[in-house]
Design a protein around this ligand. Structure first.
Ligand SMILES: Nc1nc2c(ncn2[C@@H]2O[C@H](COP(=O)(O)OP(=O)(O)OP(=O)(O)O)[C@@H](O)[C@H]2O)c(=O)[nH]1
Ligand SMILES: [Mg+2]
Length: 296
């Protein structure tokens, strides 16, 4: 598995996400600004030095995409080896908007499962917003799952948690860690990439949601997951759903049933549901849901 950050924000999010599961995934950072690589010793880095001054692509997606072509050979083996790639990016600037969808396209062509997590700018940046919307469309086309994030919602969420939105407010790294560990570790019921492919193959939008709570209130965990604050998408009526429940050694079958019944009761009656569960050491007293829902 490969966690990839594209552009300034994307690189921060990718590093934070990777630090949660360093042994399960490789880390690839792509940016025009060398500062993005400074705090990560283990990362594979691709420096797109568009202007030759090490400063960035200054909101020129085409320039960034052009520089990518020059550096592609150095990262191609990583993309070819990966079974799944998670691409994290902030759209609206040069690098993310110009390069993320190219990476997705190449990864898909090597039969890799492509999950993208991409943000749209704040509403008061109309020029960047238009750029970002066009780039989002491209990225969506080249990804199996494309998870949209609005920076406004992210900033709001960050404030609630007293964290910086630029760092992803903890939320983005939880999302990625949940997905990577779901697919990488052997659970009580084994989920694999083929399951994920069949579920995300449904026509329509897909999204990925996470929620963490305590074993005292399993329904509350579902509530938290459903109120995913990062994009305005109603999951009622989903036609495909892959849900993984994680808990500590104290998790019981009735916790599991309560969580999954509550979650599934809100989806379409014909929804194709795949369930999995796993026990994690650090999760005593806690429950965590990671779900991919599709056909929205
Ligand atoms: N208001 C605000 N928006 C930001 C900030 N940082 C990033 N953004 C938004 O997020 C988008 C992506 O930012 P970056 O990830 O830094 O862009 P990049 O892909 O590195 O592209 P370039 O730096 O232009 O080459 C920008 O277009 C902005 O809309 C910030 O500090 N304030
Ligand atoms: Mg930048």
């Amino acid at each position: 598995m490969l966690i990839t950050g594209v552009g300034g924000l994307g690189c921060i999010w990718a590093q934070n996400a990777h630090s949660r599961c360093p042994r399960l995934a490789d880390l690839l950072l792509i940016d025009a600004d060398e500062h993005s690589f400074l705090s990560s010793a283990e990362a594979h880095c691709l420096h797109l030095d568009a202007a030759g001054d090490g400063r960035g692509a200054a909101a020129l997606p085409l320039l960034a995409a052009h520089r990518l072509r020059d550096g592609l050979d150095s990262i191609r083996p990583l993309l070819e080896d990966a079974e799944m790639i998670v691409i994290l990016t902030g759209l609206g600037g040069g690098v993310g908007s110009g390069v993320a969808s190219e990476i997705a396209k190449i990864a898909q062509s090597t039969n890799c499962l492509v999950v993208s997590v991409a943000s749209l700018p704040f509403a008061e940046q109309p020029v960047r917003m238009q750029l970002a919307k066009d780039a989002m469309e491209e990225l969506d086309k080249n990804s199996h799952v494309c998870i949209r994030i609005s920076l406004e919602r992210l900033a709001w969420q960050a404030k609630q948690r007293a964290l910086e939105w630029q760092s992803g407010a903890g939320w983005i790294e939880e999302l990625v860690e949940g997905l990577v560990s779901t697919l990488a570790r052997v659970g009580k019921i084994n989920l694999d990439l083929m399951d994920l492919r069949s579920v995300v193959g449904h026509e329509g939008n897909s999204t990925l949601i996470v929620g963490t709570g305590t074993t005292r209130n399993p329904k509350g965990v579902v509530q938290i997951a459903r109120e995913s604050p990062l994009y305005d998408l109603n999951i009622d009526g989903a036609s495909g759903c892959l849900i993984q429940v994680e808990g500590g050694p104290d998790m019981t079958l009735s916790h599991l049933n309560e969580v999954t019944d509550e979650f599934v009761s809100n989806l379409s009656p014909n929804c194709q549901v795949i369930m999995g569960a796993r026990v994690g050491e650090g999760l005593i007293g806690k429950l965590r849901i990671t779900a991919v829902v599709s056909g929205l």
